[in-house]
Structures are given as structure tokens and as C-alpha cells.
Design a binder for this molecule. Structure first.
Ligand SMILES: Nc1ncnc2c1ncn2[C@@H]1O[C@H](COP(=O)(O)OP(=O)(O)O)[C@@H](O)[C@H]1O
Length: 295
């Protein structure tokens, strides 16, 4: 599929946009009326595999993509790989929440209770954390982003749409029984922060659903003794997070589907099978080869 990735010809002005995101959120009355960017906004077609003219031009910004998908689907894994490939920051709101949790800031206790029950943090808090991250990024000269875990409610999507042009929304999909196993197998290195997975998944196909196998993603020896499990990766909490995803976050898929921005991607297996297929779906397969040849 020749996915043409459309970039706005407007410069990103992240800082201004970030402040507007926060302002929008707190002005709740206007938030629900935020108008989605029309497809007639000044856009130019950009084939991400054909030289990325837009990204070289100082006047234009880098990609602004969103990753959607249930807990455990692999948003973080694929968003972070793409961020390295495209040279854009990977911004995961779950990471921003966990950073806040591990600080002794005033929000920490309040957030801990919400997150450990598998509930969503309020739109106000999450947008304030995201705004701060975007502002810090802009100060460092960042352009573009791959958002992971945001937006998670239609209100968040409307607020974002009111201030930024999202080029593409990738919706990662996986069977629910596999999602649960993947969440329960997830481990994080408490020192380097990298994610691993000890689950070995081998589910047979049934009732028309294809089978799926995924090898564990083992940590290197130096991380082995420092592995921790997220407090919200217990069976009970993962089931609650999945329930909340279907209730609150699935409508976000419809929001972007109706704008023609949603790329549905069924993961065919683990990273070795899925990564090349995802690049193909994004029309980035050549891009990876060119990048490694240039390195
Ligand atoms: N956009 C958001 N809106 C509200 N809460 C969020 C958002 N992003 C993250 N969180 C909070 O942080 C927790 C962890 O998020 P994340 O790491 O993205 O988990 P998941 O593995 O469920 O995708 C969520 O369960 C939720 O409490």
C-alpha cells in the first residue's frame, strides 16, 4: 500500500501549540466544540520513502503521528522504533505519568491510586503533563512527534485536533487473550528503563481468528537482576484497563477513521514478523534501507 503521509505546510510552533492545548483543556466549554482541522487545510503530499523533502525544509515540520491500541499491544515498542528511524521524539503519556509518580511531587499520591486501579488520569492532568513535555522538547529544538497513549478519550482527541495537525494515526491490533498474556509478561529494567517481555506466546487459530506466536523479548544479562513489573500489570488491573479502553478509547478510533487518518494494523506476530510489515504499511520499507546505507 502506498501510504502517502501528509504533512501540513504550517510550521509546528510546538510551544505555542502546547500552551494552547492547556488553555483549551481548562476552558472546558470550548473544548467540546473544537473543530477538527479540515482536509482542505494547506497540505502537501509527502511520500515518507521518497526523500522526505518536507523534513529537510526548515519551514516545515517533522511528522506528527499518533499510536492507538489496547494495553499491551506494543504501542511503545513500535512507536519507539519508528521514532529512532524518523528522528522524532517518542512521547508516551504513560511514561510521563510514571515519571510524575516516581517523583515526590504533589500529584504523585493522587496519580498512584488512579493508575494502580487501571483508571484514566483526568484530561486536565494528562494535558498539563503533555504540554510541559512538548515545551521542554521545543526548547531543545525538537520537531514533530510520535504520540503513544494520547489521545485516549474523544475529548482529548478534539482538544489535540484544535491545536495541531495530526498526519497519521496508527491503530495496532491484537487478540485480547494475547494482550493479557503480553501485559502479564512485561518487565522493565529499573536502571535503564527499557521494556522486555518474558511471555512466550503460542495461540492456535480458531473460529476464523489466525493463530499467533511471539517469542519472549529477553533482557540482556546486565538488566536481568534489575527487572521490575509495573504495579498496574496484574491480571485484575489489566482487565480493567482493557474494559476502559473499549469504553473510552475505542471511540477515538472512530474519530480518526471518520477523518481518513486511521491506518489499521493487525500485528501478525512478534517484532521480527511485525516490524517489516509495519514499515511496508507505512511505505517506509525503503526508508530503513536508505538510512542504514547512509549510516
Ligand atoms: N492519555 C491518557 N489519559 C488518561 N490517562 C492516561 C493517559 N495516558 C496514560 N494514562 C495513565 O497512565 C497509565 C499507564 O499508561 P500506559 O503506559 O500508556 O499504559 P497501557 O499499557 O495501558 O497502554 C494508564 O492506565 C492511565 O492511568
Amino acid at each position: 500500500m502506498a501510504a502517502l503521509i501528509r504533512l501540513s505546510s504550517r510550521p509546528s510552533a510546538l510551544s505555542a501549540a502546547a500552551s494552547r492545548v492547556a488553555a483549551r483543556c481548562f476552558a472546558s466549554a470550548s473544548a467540546s466544540q473544537a473543530t477538527p482541522t479540515s482536509s482542505s487545510a494547506p497540505l502537501f503530499a509527502f511520500s515518507a520513502s521518497s526523500g522526505s523533502a518536507g523534513r529537510k525544509d526548515a519551514e516545515h515540520r517533522n511528522v506528527q503521528w499518533v499510536f492507538l491500541g489496547c494495553p499491551g499491544v506494543g504501542k511503545g515498542t513500535y512507536a519507539s522504533r519508528l521514532s529512532v528511524l524518523l528522528g522524532v521524539p517518542h512521547i508516551a503519556t504513560g511514561d510521563l505519568v510514571r515519571e510524575e509518580l516516581s517523583s515526590s511531587g504533589p500529584l504523585s499520591l493522587q496519580l498512584k491510586e488512579i493508575v494502580n486501579q487501571g483508571k484514566l488520569v483526568s484530561d486536565e492532568i494528562i494535558i498539563s503533563l503533555l504540554s510541559k513535555r512538548l515545551e521542554a522538547g521545543e526548547a531543545k529544538g525538537e520537531s514533530g512527534f510520535i504520540l503513544d497513549g494520547f489521545p485516549r478519550t474523544t475529548k482529548q482527541a478534539e482538544i489535540l485536533e484544535g491545536v495541531m495537525d495530526i498526519d497519521l494515526v496508527v491503530n495496532l491490533k491484537l487478540r485480547e487473550d494475547v494482550l493479557l498474556e503480553k501485559c502479564l509478561g512485561r518487565r522493565i529494567c529499573s536502571q535503564c528503563g527499557k521494556n522486555f517481555n518474558v511471555a512466550s506466546i503460542n495461540v492456535k487459530g480458531e473460529n476464523g481468528k489466525p493463530g499467533i506466536s511471539m517469542d519472549p523479548l529477553p533482557p540482556p544479562p546486565h538488566c536481568m537482576t534489575k527487572l521490575i513489573t509495573r504495579a498496574d500489570d496484574t491480571e485484575e488491573v489489566v482487565k480493567e484497563r482493557l474494559r476502559i479502553y473499549y469504553e473510552k478509547s475505542q471511540p477515538v478510533e472512530d474519530f480518526y477513521r471518520s477523518q481518513g487518518k486511521l491506518l489499521e494494523f493487525d500485528l501478525p506476530g512478534g517484532i521480527p514478523e511485525s516490524w517489516p510489515k509495519l514499515l511496508e504499511a507505512l511505505n517506509l520499507d525503503d526508508y530503513e534501507e536508505k538510512q542504514s546505507a547512509a549510516a
